[in-house]
Design a protein around this ligand. Structure first.
Ligand code: HEM
Length: 256
């Protein structure tokens, strides 16, 4: 997890003015993954309403699933700081933290509770929960898109998909709210590392190599995928203005 390590004051420059030192904590592929992942989810959520728009959320949902698969692969074979196991292992501290918190409640005192650790655990939990939710969300989404539910009749699979989409949205809103609250309480923009990859302060870079080429490759892969889907889809991914033909009409027409 990339939560900023303890702050260390910057060393003074030759003219005595403190040199702005910064450390790289998140590499380019992880940051590119993050914003493509966030955009795919937000785009799919905003266009999911209404039968005529099924092509675009379908494509963005597939992009979300593809990005997740690549992130898991990167988390298994990628650089140490991008590994997923430490991210999950970090949650092992949660039961002990919850016990200390429960004890503090019983003692009616907030002393002795490591709030910073609690915040980091909540951030890590939100991220792990998002990763865990991608599978049921995209699988039920693809099943709805491909009418898997028909054999049992009714839109039960669409209901399942909407349930997971709402759970995912709640976790995302919690994730963004936590980052906003932490930025205020720690008086430091916690979103910045996911944009620039750096945090201010001296000390060794946690990320030795940025792998910008891999981030560019990931971006190109997503653009090519969406472009291919657009080309494959009967009338593109965005229904023509005033066209009343629903997605399944267009799709079944396309299959004829
Ligand atoms: C303005 C919106 C957002 C901001 C500022 C933001 C910021 C961040 C930051 C700073 C981290 C690193 C957390 C840490 O190191 O503890 C992070 C991680 C993450 N965020 Fe967001 N986020 C945003 C929206 C989203 C959305 C919409 C999603 C999902 C659809 C998302 C999914 C994730 C995931 C999966 C990670 C883990 C990244 C990894 O390690 O690969 N975020 N985000």
């Amino acid at each position: 997890m990339h939560t900023a390590p303890a702050f260390q004051p910057a060393v003074a420059g030759p003219s005595g003015t403190p040199a702005a030192r910064r450390r790289r904590v998140i590499d380019a592929p992880t940051r590119m993954f993050h914003w493509l992942f966030a955009l795919s989810f937000v785009g799919a959520s905003l266009t999911a309403a209404g039968e005529r728009w099924r092509a675009l959320p379908g494509t963005l949902g597939s992009a979300l699933a593809g990005l997740f698969a690549l992130r898991v692969l990167y988390g298994l074979v990628g650089p140490r700081q991008a590994r997923l196991v430490p991210m999950v292992r970090r949650l092992r501290a949660a039961p002990a933290w919850l016990r200390s918190f429960a004890q503090a409640l019983r003692d009616c005192s907030v002393q002795g509770v490591n709030w910073r650790q609690g915040q980091n655990l909540l951030m890590a939990f939100a991220v792990v929960a998002l990763f865990a939710m991608v599978v049921p969300l995209t699988l039920s989404g693809y099943g709805t898109y491909d009418d898997w539910g028909d054999f049992l009749g009714g839109d039960w699979l669409e209901d399942v998909h909407e349930f997971f989409a709402e759970v995912f949205l709640v976790i995302v809103l919690g994730h963004v709210a936590m980052i906003a609250l932490l930025s205020v309480s720690r008086r430091r923009n916690q979103a910045l590392p996911m944009l620039s990859g750096h945090i201010d302060g001296s000390g060794p870079d946690i990320v030795k190599r940025n792998h910008a080429w891999l981030a560019v490759l990931l971006l190109i892969a997503v653009i090519v995928f969406v472009g291919w889907q657009w080309q494959q889809s009967p009338n593109g991914l965005i229904p023509a203005k005033g066209s009343t033909q629903s997605w399944s009409d267009r799709r079944h027409h396309h299959d004829d």
